[in-house]
Write a protein that binds this ligand. Structure first.
Ligand code: SF4
Ligand code: SF4
Length: 479
């Protein structure tokens, strides 16, 4: 059970043993603008997470990170390990976008869209549904075990496990086709041994169990402790805040001195401010802090204390906004500067990277070519008046459909390909072809000459790739 919160605005240092057990938090249910925003941002994110692995495009899952095949399907595009730089750029763009939003609006990502927050909100809703609101849950926990307590707690944990399992299966469904995964998780009898077995790879079973357990533990039990002690973003966000960052603040000048008052009395004459010290703002806080003590690193900017305090202000017929999204400068000077060099810097960096990323993705050729010279004992062969070199061409069709490719050789001399120069390659296939290139010996002027292999799809002029190599021959004859 939580200790009663300090309601004094005090600068006294509070010491805390890092190894002491965390108090259980019983959050009060609240409705209001920010709670609705949380719900309506969380629901589409959950729906997208659950539905995307089921979506089929061109006969394959719309999003599938196929690690064994080393192919990453995202909607109509397929990425290969060669495209790793794009993934790195995507992560850098995401990080800079997060920095931009944080400089402007504080930790709204944490408060409204972070999976830990969204899943915790879902688990708390299940808890309230099974055990009741804050006071009912406190009472239930104090009660000795009874049939009612077993039923309430049992149904809560059963629903948590169900949601955690759906989350685990869905997450693994981004790496393993989800239909096969689900079918394989249904035990069937093995004819030879007579035992029930799962028809899905052990790795898929392991990761499904792993993500089921971590979801259950993180969203059901650890909740705010993940944000406070495990998430690195919570640690470095303080360096991104500045005096003009919008964050949840308590208006000390308006609220203090805090304390109860009788209805209709002139509380200002008694030296009281607008805060009636009801502690609702603390009771709704998912990370168990008192925002009246000032901005704190635990605060995830979820706005629930704003909703709670506004509800109290409405009842008292005081103006709303004693706790509100505002900036330190706004509280001190009445002005927030939105357009500041830092914001421009981050926004410019993000825009430039997005343009470069989009250009690279849209102009990316779904074809790679590698040329390996024959590492055999002989660098070249002489056949009559012809010099020959042998190469192996590795052509990777990174497209979603098969193509017929033409192979040509370009260089300083009239090189000839001694074999069919056309090949059909299936979608996502890597094909190796040995190629023999020959040249009339009389044309050769140097022992080593640069040549280029050009591969082009017959049905699409834009799918073209080339690779340089060398043609080796004997010392040219003196004329
Ligand atoms: S102090 Fe307010 S905004 Fe911050 S985490 Fe608690 S409820 Fe959310
Ligand atoms: S909810 Fe508002 S009135 Fe109540 S304690 Fe918090 S700041 Fe004061």
């Amino acid at each position: 059970m939580s200790e009663p919160k300090s309601t004094k605005n005090t600068d006294a240092i509070r010491y805390r043993n890092l190894y002491e057990a965390e108090d259980k938090i019983y959050t009060r249910k609240i409705s209001g603008f920010y709670q609705s925003v949380r719900r309506y941002t969380g629901l589409p994110l959950i729906a997208a997470f659950l539905l995307l692995p089921w979506l089929i495009i061109d006969g394959r899952p719309a999003i599938l990170f196929d690690l064994p095949a080393r192919q990453f399907h995202v909607l109509w595009l397929t990425f290969w390990p060669q495209d790793f730089m794009l993934l790195a750029w995507l992560l850098i763009i995401s990080a800079f976008s997060l920095f931009t939003v944080t400089v402007l609006l504080g930790r709204v990502y944490c408060g409204f869209t972070c999976p830990q927050t969204v899943w915790t909100l879902m688990f708390i809703s299940i808890e309230s549904f099974c055990e009741g609101d804050r006071n009912a849950r406190i009472k239930l926990d104090k009660k000795p075990w009874s049939l009612e307590k077993v039923v309430r707690k049992g149904s809560k944990h059963s629903l948590w496990v169900l949601v955690a399992f759906i989350t685990g299966v869905t997450f693994v469904g981004y790496f393993f086709p989800i239909r096969e995964l689900l079918l394989g998780l249904v035990p069937s009898r093995d004819i030879s041994t007579g035992m029930f077995v799962l028809n899905t790879p052990p790795a898929a079973v392991f990761w499904t169990a792993f993500f089921t357990i971590t979801t259950y533990v993180n969203a059901g039990w650890m909740r705010e402790q993940v944000c406070k002690y495990m998430c690195p973003y919570a640690r470095f966000q303080s360096v991104m805040y500045d005096q003009d960052t919008l964050a949840v603040h308590y208006d000390t000048a308006r609220g203090e001195g805090r304390g109860p008052r009788k209805s209709g009395e002139d509380y200002k004459a008694k030296g009281l401010g607008d805060c009636i010290d009801c502690s609702w703002c603390v009771q709704v806080c998912p990370v168990d802090i008192d925002i009246r003590d000032g901005i704190q690193y635990e605060c995830i900017n979820c706005g629930l204390c704003v909703d709670a305090c506004n509800a109290v202000m409405d009842k008292l017929e005081y103006p709303r906004g004693l706790i509100r999204f505002t900036s330190i400068d706004q509280l001190k000077t009445g002005i927030t500067r939105f357009f500041r060099p830092r914001v421009f810097g981050y926004a410019f960096a993000v825009s430039a990277m997005v343009v470069a990323f989009m250009y690279t993705v849209l102009t990316r050729t779904p074809l790679t070519v590698d040329v390996v010279r024959d590492r055999g004992a002989r660098l070249y062969r002489i056949s009559g008046d012809q010099v020959q070199n042998v190469y192996t061409l590795k052509i990777n069709n990174m497209d979603n459909k098969p193509h017929h490719y033409n192979v040509e050789v370009e260089g300083e001399y009239a090189f000839k390909l001694r074999r069919g120069n056309s090949v059909e390659i299936e979608a996502g296939e890597v094909f190796s072809i040995p190629l023999r290139v020959s040249l009339d010996r009389s044309e050769l002027k140097t022992e080593k000459t640069a040549i280029k292999f050009v591969v082009q799809a017959k049905d699409d002029d834009t799918i073209l790739a080339d690779e340089d190599s060398n043609f080796i021959g004997p010392t040219p004859r003196r004329k």
